[in-house]
Design a protein around this ligand. Structure first.
Ligand code: MG
Length: 218
């Protein structure tokens, strides 16, 4: 590819990211006006994003009016799981896109009546790289990894940990069968982002889910 074309692509990408940030700022303002707390959950496929959100809605659906937005390339598998808990979902299928962006969320704000909603939980498309460029305008971002992704999963994905508020290391119920030093993973996270709150959880047994919920709705 000629050099000129490469620089044009980079310029376009920079525009895309800048536009995304402007729209994210608007989303944040509107959600605040509507008194809606909002959280963006990011992480790879199979890390446990849906399972963690299921645990959260089970605990909070009596006290909060929750809306869950599920991002996925093609399916509504996750939204179906969430709806079993009696919580309303909106499925966004992104097609070729490997992350949700602030336009998707602006469309949710524009097209749905959110008057009754006071907690918006967004499950991003399963990916540990793409979402780092696209903030959505939520109050918090939670990055979820599991120990089954191996000991280097945090070190190898610094951007997402740098730009998240909370990191979850999930599936600690499997720690006896996985050769993973969880303390080292925590150190990796703290090194990338000293302000990162790191919580180890098992969505399966419920271990440390209350602590996570406290952080999420704080
Ligand atoms: Mg999921």
């Amino acid at each position: 590819m000629p050099e000129k074309e490469i620089s044009r692509i980079i310029e376009l990408n920079e525009d895309l990211i800048a536009n995304n940030e402007n729209l994210a700022e608007q989303n944040k303002k509107t959600l605040k006006e509507l008194n809606i707390k909002s959280v963006d959950f990011v992480g790879a496929i199979g890390a446990g994003k849906t399972a963690i959100i299921e645990s959260i809605v089970q605990q909070l659906s009596k006290d909060y009016n929750i809306l869950v937005v599920n991002g996925d390339v093609t399916t509504r598998v996750d939204a179906n799981r969430i709806e079993k808990h009696g919580v309303t979902t909106i499925q966004i299928n992104t097609g070729r896109e490997c992350a949700l962006n602030s336009y998707h969320i602006s469309q949710v704000i524009k097209n749905y009546d959110l008057d009754q909603v006071n907690l918006l939980l967004i499950e991003n498309v399963g990916n540990l790289i793409c979402p780092s460029d696209f903030i959505l305008g939520t109050d918090k971002r939670v990055v979820i990894v599991s120990i089954t992704e191996g000991p280097w999963v945090i070190r190898k994905h610094p951007m997402l940990f740098k730009y998240s508020d909370i990191a979850v290391i999930n599936k600690i119920d499997l720690k006896d069968v996985m050769d993973v030093d969880i303390e080292e993973m925590i150190k990796d996270g703290k090194k990338i982002n000293p302000n990162l709150k790191i919580i180890t959880t098992s969505a399966l047994t419920g271990e440390n889910i209350p602590q996570l919920i406290n952080e999420v709705i704080k």
